[in-house]
Design a protein around this ligand. Structure first.
Ligand code: PLP
Length: 233
């Protein structure tokens, strides 16, 4: 076995063990392989080992990989920061958008989603660690935003996403993810069934707190050279 297939098996095992520990049904947590900075051939390798959901952060890089991999049946997730003048290719070429924190972005995605495609799946990014990040809507502003976004015609509002401050402490990790779960529970919007939370170093804590999609890069593809990629640009 090569490194990527071996890493994928290890990540799947971690994911299933966390599901069991959490008392959650096997298969209740989806895995998004985050391929940012890695070439299309690395994603293709993962695909041939059964991976279908892929996450990308940088638009130009993502579009090039989509072109290179259009023969594959991939579910594309955009998980990076979104500029409001770059929403059209997102609306046209992705299945899921995770980092929406402004109404304007959601409105543009709704207007620009092509009619022959189903409504685009969207998660609202919530800021659960203010000292660490500027992106994400504040908890107190979430409810009105979610209610408005859920009414947009070409959007399927699926849930919430967060990138908490990294911590080595398991209980600290859980606290941030719990805040996101409680935020979802506080909204009663039937289409919202998704908690997009947990990465290579904290996926177990996220799964214990109810993650339904974890976004894992390093543990599958290896260490990136551009470490800063996790947060802003
Ligand atoms: C890079 C990134 C990930 C994956 O992080 P790893 O630590 O490499 O697993 C997940 N989510 C977002 C939003 C990212 O930018």
């Amino acid at each position: 076995m090569n490194a990527i297939s071996e890493n994928l098996s290890i990540v799947r095992k971690r994911l299933h063990e966390a599901e069991l520990l959490a008392g959650r049904p096997v298969g209740s947590v989806g895995l998004i392989a985050v391929g940012k900075t890695w070439p299309a051939c690395a994603l293709e390798e993962a695909y041939h080992h059964g991976q279908r959901d892929f996450g990308e952060n940088y638009l130009q890089e993502a579009l090039a990989k989509q072109d290179a991999l259009k023969h594959l049946d991939i579910v594309w997730h955009f998980i990076g920061p979104i500029q409001s003048n770059k929403t059209r290719p997102l609306a046209e070429r992705f299945d899921w958008i995770h980092g929406v924190d402004r109404l304007k972005i959601a409105q543009r995605l709704s207007e620009q989603r092509p009619g022959h495609l189903p409504p685009i799946n969207l998660c609202i990014q919530v800021n659960v660690s203010h000292e660490f990040s500027k992106s994400g809507v504040a908890l107190e502003d979430l409810k009105p935003l979610a209610e408005t976004v859920s009414q947009l015609p070409r959007i399927k509002l699926r849930g919430l996403m967060a990138i908490p401050a990294p911590s080595d402490d398991f209980e600290q990790q859980r606290l941030a993810f719990r805040a996101l779960r409680e935020a979802l529970e506080g909204l009663s919007i039937p289409s919202m069934d998704t908690l997009s939370m947990g990465m290579s170093d904290d996926m177990e804590a996220a799964i214990l707190e109810g993650a339904t999609l974890v976004r894992v890069g390093t543990a599958i593809f290896g260490e990136r050279n551009q470490k800063s990629a996790v947060t802003e640009t």
